[in-house]
Design a protein around this ligand. Sequence first.
Ligand code: HCR
Length: 381
Amino acid sequence: EAGQAVPASQKSSWAAFIKTIASFSGDLSSLTAPPFILSPISLTEFPAYWCERPELFSAIADAKDEEDRSLRVLRWFISTLKGQYTSRNESMGSEKKPLNPVLGELFFGYWPDKNGRGQTDLAVEQVSHHPPITAYYISNKSKGLALQGHSAQKTSFSSGSIIVKQIGHAVLTVKLPDGGEERFVITLPKLRIDGIWYGSPYIELTDTSYIQSSSGWLSTIEYKGRGYFSGKSHQFKASVSAPGASSATHVFEGLWHTTSKDSKTNVPFTDVTCPKEEVTVAPIDAQDEWESRRLWAAVARGIREGDFETASREKSKIENEQRQRRRDEQAAGTRWELRHFRHLDNDPVYEKLVKICKSITPSTEDTYEFLCNVPPVGNEK
Ligand code: HCR
């Protein structure tokens, strides 16, 4: 039955919301949605999904050679997908509409050093509001690892599903024992949000994404839903090929939200059935006023407690303050200054590596360079 997961009092506003998105293409996050579908978490928190298995991230530093490094990067990447794309269903029952970050919103956190894996730090800044663009930097200094990326989305509607094309990419830099560096350009899958009609959205990944290394090793990851490689949801097949090779040296297949294995040897490759580790953040009153959980505290409380009147009043306060800020800047002829990232029109690493993998498009992209100026979070440093 249509709208079966929608509370009776919100059925008509859900129908109106679907009607709006069906004829809409662009920035979905700015649309007003009915309360039952709202999440109390801002999109600036999402980059944390990259590192909720910190030991897999740090293990990249222990690779014995370029081939091994590409396999470890792939294992870590595949293991992030469950968190990135199914965790709202697990914690809130369905995909939800995240809070739309304001320009300059920040999110800082870390995963502490345990068992010699080193500390991993996370810094996120909302670098654009319209369209929403989130820049992030995740680093494990003691292991010589850094992931820099930005994320934006283009949405459209097709056959009852929301199609989300991810814009942006990430670059992983690995410091090598000989003093050199290896870089990996990581592109992102396409999303299809199904279950809209029933009021119970969930994500399926589609198309192909790539991890191209500066060593020449390439991972090509194909995503399929129910009824393709097998009858199951969340399937992937990753082919890893040596520099310049036309056929794959390794092929891994399985489900990105549970397990996968080497297709030839059946040796297990990924397993994300064990719990992940959430990022540690400073207590709210010790946070900067622009930090996400402090900025949205009253709105998030309203959504969590079902007090949508308060949530909506507090959200309007933030939005009105933002509008006033933009008007003041315009009047003064000034612009909002980013605090921790600098926008560059071109990303030379991306542009060099996509010349090796011609399937990656577009051939040029902009980037947000991290300024390495974030104060330590918490007291574990
Ligand atoms: C599309 C989406 C906002 C963007 C979210 C992204 C793509 C952000 C980058 C992360 O690395 C991965 C990620 C996961 C999310 O699944 C994806 C969100 C899902 C829904 C949300 C829309 C703007 C809201 C649509 C409203 C629906 C649920 C009715």
